[in-house]
Design a protein around this ligand. Structure first.
Ligand SMILES: [Mg+2]
Length: 227
């Protein structure tokens, strides 16, 4: 009998290699909109992007606003007049086609899906997540994906996990585990809702003080011994 028969996986940078996909998406966006691409260009975009997602995480802005606003600010900084809405559209189009996975994600999901129920718990743009999951090697192993945009709430809020629990038969606070790379959304969300949690930390970042994390792994295959 599995210790945690219900596995709640974060998607970006836990199963999907979002960092690589994100840079590829900006490169594609730049090609489509006649914007010179470089590492510096990417760093400038990413500064606006992460600041705005931080606003979203704190409930200060809507997703619809921030996804276009990040390109408005990026283009303003570069002094370029381009269509920010089209840039965002091109960027999301590339992201939604990107099915790059983190090492061993497919193997781990395939094996665990025989004994566990696998779900995705993700703060993201629904159209991107759904399309990407459908195209990816993980699709046969994932029972359902709970996307914040559809749930009407986001990690780490309790309202988001209320939504997840309403949609999974048999789940309890003891028989599931949240697996994710983000301290502020995944681990904090699990702690807020009194759920077991496993921090996926391949970059070997220092563990935070004051956040009671149950497990920490560098490689997804370590889950075989935990769950
Ligand atoms: Mg993540």
């Amino acid at each position: 009998m599995a210790k945690y028969p219900f596995l709640l996986f974060d998607a970006d940078n836990t199963l999907f290699d979002f960092d690589t996909a994100n840079e590829n998406a900006l490169r594609f966006c730049c090609e489509q909109n006649d914007i010179p691409f470089s590492e510096d260009t990417f760093a400038r975009y990413e500064a606006h992007n992460s600041a705005l997602w931080h606003d979203f995480d704190r409930g200060l802005a809507t997703k619809e606003f921030i996804v276009v606003e990040r390109f408005r600010r990026f283009l303003a900084e570069l002094g370029l007049s381009r269509d920010a809405e089209k840039c965002n559209h091109d960027h999301l189009d590339s992201l939604s086609r990107s099915t790059l996975l983190v090492p061993h994600a497919a193997e781990v999901c395939q094996v665990l899906s025989r004994t566990h129920e696998i779900y995705l718990v993700t703060n993201a743009v629904a159209s991107v997540q759904n399309r990407r999951l459908g195209l990816s090697a993980l699709a046969p192993f994932v029972r359902d994906a709970f996307i914040s945009e559809t749930a009407g709430a986001a990690k780490p809020s309790a309202a988001y996990f209320d939504y997840v629990f309403e949609h999974i038969d048999g789940i309890t606070r003891e028989n599931c585990i949240v697996i994710g790379d983000s301290l502020t959304s995944d681990m904090q969300g699990a702690v807020n809702y009194s759920l077991p949690c496993c921090w996926f930390n391949p970059k070997r970042l220092p563990a935070p003080a004051g956040l009671p994390i149950d497990y920490e792994i560098r490689d997804l295959r370590e889950l075989f011994d935990i769950v």
